[in-house]
Every structure is written in structure tokens, then in C-alpha cells.
Design a protein around this ligand. Structure first.
Ligand code: NIG
Ligand code: FE
Length: 411
């Protein structure tokens, strides 16, 4: 099948395998999550920013005119990966806290003592607009190296007007989908969550809603409660933003019912979700975003992924890249964790970090598949089988990344 498009042409030929999610309904649920079409010995033709044809080498017709060719022998093609949950806009690092945690300190204790997220808030405020833009651009380069061609980036380490808006601008400038995580923690200059939200909704939301496509809240003991999250998200929805929630990370504090009530795009984390939450999420149109690298990094229980999928929930996978709970930008590693810790098949993992992640970002019509009409984003794995994506734990299979029809420089 082909569609007509203009622009420079790139032919990736003689690929061992081309693997792309087959799900017809998006977000994919149940059996459809595991349906991946695998074409042996094929080609992908890109014209300008789009894929115009995918097929078997036997059916490749002669192409007249100028065509750049990429030799795909020994390589498997999968869609460019979609990371629908990252926190790349931060200054400083948390390596000292990491060492303390390795010695037994808990993430929640460090947070309660003014470390954790608030220590990154101090470093991010000090970074300045240029420092923040450089940090996001560096982090985006790391993601690309791991095959991520579409990504979401949250603010949330500024928690004041200037730094939140600078974070959103930095994400957009680096090509990300910006999410305003205005309710991440209560900054020290405010008495409590309600006083901070008075400020954030009056002073930051009007401009944040012009820069971001979505809003997010950390609904958790020690952060924002369900009533505060409802207030924040309702105001953001009224300003035209899609809604996301960090929920059930440490405790079940009402995130799933609130996400369902407000028609949120996703509820993310779910490490503490019990059977009732699994049932409620499965019966809803909200996608559960699973972040196994975060659970691993904090030594927390893994989310009930198998139960969610078996109950019919829509699930996506993401990294949660951030300096405190998941200093990891690798979706291939997340796919390995999905297969080894979450009991998802490699095919379910691929669908979860392509098509379903694209759905969470409202972009499933453009990214997440190798098919005509989709953006020409493609990862080439140096492997005999595309499932090496999940199989090779910490492997370095990525030989090349095609981004919007061009072979990307991988720094
Ligand atoms: O998704 N849980 C809340 N926010 C981030 C962590 C932020 C941090 O520790 O800096 C998360 O895990
Ligand atoms: Fe997060």
C-alpha cells in the first residue's frame, strides 16, 4: 500500500524483519495488545517526513529519480519509540540522594525531610532559562540514542511562574509534547497545598495552558490530596488541557476514581493499585501508564500489569525519566523490565510504548506504527529478531534511528 507525498526519499531496504503493532482499535486492549505484524525481508520507503510504503522486497518496484538508500541487511525495523512520561526539565542531580538510598534511606523519608523533589526544585530555579534549555536538549539527545522519537516532557521542578514557563518552553523547543506538572510538590514558600494552588491557578495556568497540551498532578500522601487534585485538574481542563495523574505510586489515594470522573487521558505509576482499582481502570477509557524503571530504581513493588491487561485495561509503558525516582531514559530497558518483571510479552510491550503511548499524547494518528501515512520515525535494531528489543537486557542493539525521514545523528 502506498500514499503520495513529496520530499527527499529514503529507502531502507533488505531489512530482516519489519515489526509494527497491528491493533486496529486505539488504545489497544486485551488480545490486540499482543498483535504485531512481522514482515520478513522487507523495505520501508520514506518521502519527506512520512512513510509512503512498507512491503516485502519481492514487491519493491523500481524507483525512478533520486533516492537515498540505507542497507538494512542484518537489521530489524520497529516504529520510533514513544515515551509518554518523562521529567527532563531539571537542574542539578540527585546522585548523593541515590547513594543514601542505596544505604537504606527511603524515597518518602528524603522527600518529607525537604530533599527529594524539593532539592531538584532548588537546582532547577538556579539553572536559569538557558541552563534549563541546555539540560532538556541534552536529555532529549539521550532519549533519541535509545530510540525515542516522540516524547512528552513535564515541568514540575520550578513551581514558580518563571521556572515553570521556562520548563515548558524548553520542552517545546527540544521537540517534546509539554505537560504542565504544576502540582508536583508544595514549594517551601507556601503554607500548604491549597495556598500554593491559589497561586499556581491564578498566576501560572493562563500562560502554561498556552504552552502545554496536558496537565499533571502528583496525587499522593505528602504531595496533593484528591480534593486538591480535583480542583487543579478541573481548572486545567477548563483551560483546554488534557489531564494526566501520578497516582497509586505509594498509596491508593483515589487517583483512579478521580481520573475516571474527570475523563483523564491517563493515570501513571499504579505500583500500589489493588484489585478494585484494576477493575475500575479496565472498565474505563483511561490508559494506565506503567513505569517499571521507577519501581526498580526505588525498589518498590511492580504495578499489576498482567492483571490490568487481562482485565481489559489499556496500558502504556514509559520511562518516567527524572533525577530522583528513575534516572533512566531507555525504553528498550523498560521493555526488558516489562517482559521480565511485568509478565508482558515483547509484543505487548512494543504496542504499549508505541501505539498506546501515542494515544496518551493524542498522536496515535501520526506516530507509533510503520505504515503509510505515519511519520517516518523508525528504529533499526542490529539483531536477527525484533524481539531483541526486550530480550537483550541493557543491550545496545540500536544501529540507527530515522527521525521524520532523516537518519538522526546519535551523539
Ligand atoms: O514520577 N512521583 C512523583 N514524581 C516523579 C519523581 C520526581 C522526583 O523524585 O524528582 C515520579 O516518580
Ligand atoms: Fe513521573
Amino acid at each position: 500500500m502506498t500514499t503520495a507525498h513529496r520530499g527527499p526519499r529514503l529507502l531502507i531496504r533488505d531489512l530482516e524483519q519489519i515489526a509494527s503493532p497491528a491493533a486496529t482499535s486505539v488504545p489497544a486492549r486485551g488480545r490486540e495488545l499482543s498483535e504485531v505484524t512481522v514482515l520478513q525481508h522487507g523495505y520501508v520507503l520514506c518521502e519527506g517526513e512520512r512513510i509512503t510504503a512498507v512491503g516485502s522486497m519481492r514487491q519493491l518496484e523500481r524507483l525512478d529519480g533520486e533516492v537515498e538508500e540505507l542497507d538494512g541487511r542484518g537489521l530489524c525495523a520497529i516504529p520510533g519509540l514513544v515515551d509518554c512520561h518523562t521529567h527532563p526539565a531539571f537542574g542539578g542531580n540527585r546522585v548523593q540522594e541515590f547513594a543514601l538510598r542505596a544505604g537504606g534511606a527511603s524515597y518518602e523519608e528524603l522527600h518529607a525531610a525537604g530533599g527529594g523533589i524539593l532539592s531538584t526544585v532548588r537546582a532547577t530555579r538556579a539553572a536559569g532559562e538557558d541552563g534549563l534549555a541546555q539540560a532538556v536538549s541534552r536529555h532529549r539527545g539521550w532519549m533519541l540514542r535509545q530510540g525515542t522519537t516522540t516524547w512528552e516532557g513535564k515541568s514540575g521542578y520550578g513551581l514558580d511562574r518563571n521556572t515553570e514557563l521556562a520548563s515548558l518552553r524548553a520542552v517545546r523547543a527540544a521537540g517534546g509534547a509539554a505537560t504542565w506538572l504544576g502540582a508536583h510538590a508544595v514549594p517551601p514558600e507556601f503554607e500548604g497545598g491549597d495556598a500554593y494552588l491559589d497561586y499556581a491557578l491564578a498566576e501560572v495556568l493562563p500562560e502554561a495552558s498556552m504552552l502545554a497540551g496536558a496537565a499533571d498532578v502528583f496525587l499522593e500522601r505528602g504531595a496533593f490530596d484528591a480534593a486538591q487534585a480535583r480542583r487543579y485538574l478541573s481548572a486545567c481542563r477548563d483551560a483546554g488541557l488534557a489531564l494526566r495523574l501520578h497516582g497509586d505510586q505509594f498509596t491508593e489515594s483515589g487517583a483512579i476514581p478521580l481520573a475516571v470522573e474527570l475523563g483523564a487521558r491517563s493515570v501513571d505509576h499504579l505500583e500500589a493499585t489493588g484489585p478494585e482499582g484494576v477493575r475500575a481502570l479496565a472498565a474505563s477509557s483511561v490508559t494506565g501508564v506503567l513505569l517499571p524503571a521507577s519501581a526498580l530504581f526505588l525498589g518498590r513493588p511492580m504495578p499489576p500489569a498482567r492483571a490490568l491487561v487481562d482485565a481489559g485495561a489499556a496500558v502504556a509503558l514509559a520511562t518516567d525519566f527524572n533525577p530522583g525516582s528513575a534516572f533512566c531514559e531507555s525504553l528498550p530497558l523498560v521493555c526488558s523490565l516489562a517482559a521480565t518483571q511485568l509478565r508482558l510479552s515483547p509484543a505487548e510491550a512494543l504496542t504499549a510504548c508505541t501505539v498506546n503511548a501515542a494515544h496518551v499524547l493524542g498522536r496515535s494518528d501520526r506516530v507509533g506504527r510503520l505504515a503509510p501515512g505515519y511519520l517516518a520515525d523508525c528504529v533499526l535494531l542490529g539483531a536477527p529478531d525484533w524481539r531483541y528489543l526486550a530480550y537483550h537486557l541493557g543491550g545496545q542493539e540500536i544501529e540507527a534511528v530515522v527521525l521524520r525521514g532523516e537518519v538522526a545523528a546519535l551523539g
